[in-house]
Design a protein around this ligand. Structure first.
Ligand SMILES: Cc1ncc(COP(=O)(O)O)c(C=O)c1O
Length: 401
């Protein structure tokens, strides 16, 4: 009898008891707005920022309503506005070009490599086309950040990191989000910390961060932050920043604080699951795993592999056969966007360039969630199912040429 997986690819773990207790405390006192504090009280949102700054080593941190708002806030804080161009990698998800468009700017897409990271040669070639790069560490894959920063520093490009998939990760010992001028994180349900929706922004740049705090909707209450620049920095910019009301509330902050404390432990559990699936898929004919460089301290919450050079019907056959056995795979090669998965050329509000290398990579790119509710046995079973179905299709039809 064929094995089948019966678990859910979208089921997260519950919020830890400590987070539930903290959330109940906020609900009981009713002061959910971050600036609504009792005398002597420090808001959960302010504490979260202080703790996230300490955790990442950043001077400043700001809690926001979503990762997308964190990115638009960072772009605005660095002065990106209507008509400006912003470099970004072409392997991405909707909120990234969306954030660029939200400030009236125009994405300039950079090719992706077979390792699923931004192509540094193409970045160097396009460096003259924008003064800001929004690099997305898509699906947790981090490029050689030292090399990226060297290119950008030479060209005078400010780097914003989209760390939606790299909370707790690092390149060469430097936390993700700490290489560029600003780092943006998401705490939306499918990310490494779960508050339903939420975002965090970090930086060492005092002026940019003061602008970001004002943009987020701090009114003249920025003095209640504990991980923001000193008041004199706000004095210089406080009448110039529109309020876009992207604040995080105390309820979500309360849920997140214990999750941040558990991040290292949870990250290790995610990576255990990743390594079991990776090990189970190693050596599958026709399937290419993504090599993870030693300098990349990743935190997996999903796994990707390539069916490189496969014809579309064969890829679809693998997806269909796997889902029939309970294994949900996503495909970045589909012409039409499905659920969360889309491609750079889906977005007709921005110019669609010719990117043959990215098109080739995305045509074979398969993606799978790895929620922590999967046991290691589940992961081994899932890998056996994928392996068997890829092998079956490969033998019957997929071998390229
Ligand atoms: C790569 C990437 N960047 C940014 C975001 C934005 O996060 P949010 O959903 O919190 O706006 C997401 C969300 O899925 C994402 O996948």
């Amino acid at each position: 009898m064929q094995e089948r997986f019966d678990g859910s690819f979208t089921q997260q773990e519950p919020i830890p008891d400590e987070g539930i207790a903290a959330a109940l405390a906020v609900l009981r006192h009713g002061r959910l707005h971050r600036y609504n504090v009792a005398p002597g009280e420090v808001a959960e949102a302010a504490l979260l920022e202080e703790e996230f700054a300490a955790m990442t080593g950043a001077r400043y941190a700001l809690a926001l309503g979503s990762g997308g708002i964190a990115m638009t806030t960072a772009l605005r804080a660095l002065g990106v506005g209507p008509g400006d161009t912003v470099l970004t990698n072409a392997f991405t998800l909707a909120p990234v070009p969306g954030a660029i468009a939200a400030v009236g700017a125009v994405p300039v897409y950079v090719e992706v490599t077979d390792a699923l990271v931004i192509d540094l040669d193409d970045l160097a070639a396009k460096a003259g086309q924008a003064r800001v790069l929004l690099v997305s560490h898509m699906r947790g894959h981090i490029c050689d950040m030292a090399a990226l920063m060297a290119i950008c520093n030479r060209a005078g490009i400010a780097v914003i990191e989209d760390c939606a998939h790299t909370m707790g990760a690092a390149w060469d010992g430097v936390p993700s989000g700490r290489w560029g001028r600003m780092g943006c994180f998401s705490t939306q349900t499918y990310k490494h910390a779960n508050s339903g929706e939420g975002g965090l922004l970090i930086s060492d740049d005092a002026t940019a961060m003061a602008r970001a705090v004002l943009l987020s909707g701090s009114y003249m209450l920025y003095g209640r932050h504990r991980a923001a620049p000193p008041p004199e920095v706000f004095e210089a910019v406080k009448y110039d920043m529109p309020n876009i009301s992207g604040r995080m509330d105390n309820l979500r902050a309360a849920i997140l604080r214990p999750q941040l404390r558990a991040l290292a432990v949870q990250g290790a559990r995610w990576n255990e699951r990743y390594r079991v699936v990776e090990g189970g898929l190693t050596g599958t004919p026709g399937l290419t795993l993504i090599a993870r460089p030693l300098a990349e301290q990743f935190v997996a919450s999903s796994i990707q592999f390539l069916l490189a050079g496969w014809a579309e019907p064969a890829v679809r056959a693998v997806l269909d056969r796997c889902v029939a056995r309970g294994v949900e795979l996503k495909w970045f090669g589909a012409a039409e966007p499905v659920a969360f998965t889309s491609r750079y050329d889906t977005w007709r509000y921005a110019p669609v360039p010719v990117l043959p290398q990215t098109d080739r990579v995305l045509a074979g790119l398969i993606d799978m969630r790895l929620p922590l509710t999967f046991s290691l046995d589940d992961c081994a079973l899932i890998a056996r199912i994928i392996r068997a179905e890829v092998a079956a299709v490969w033998q019957s039809s997929a071998a390229p040429g």
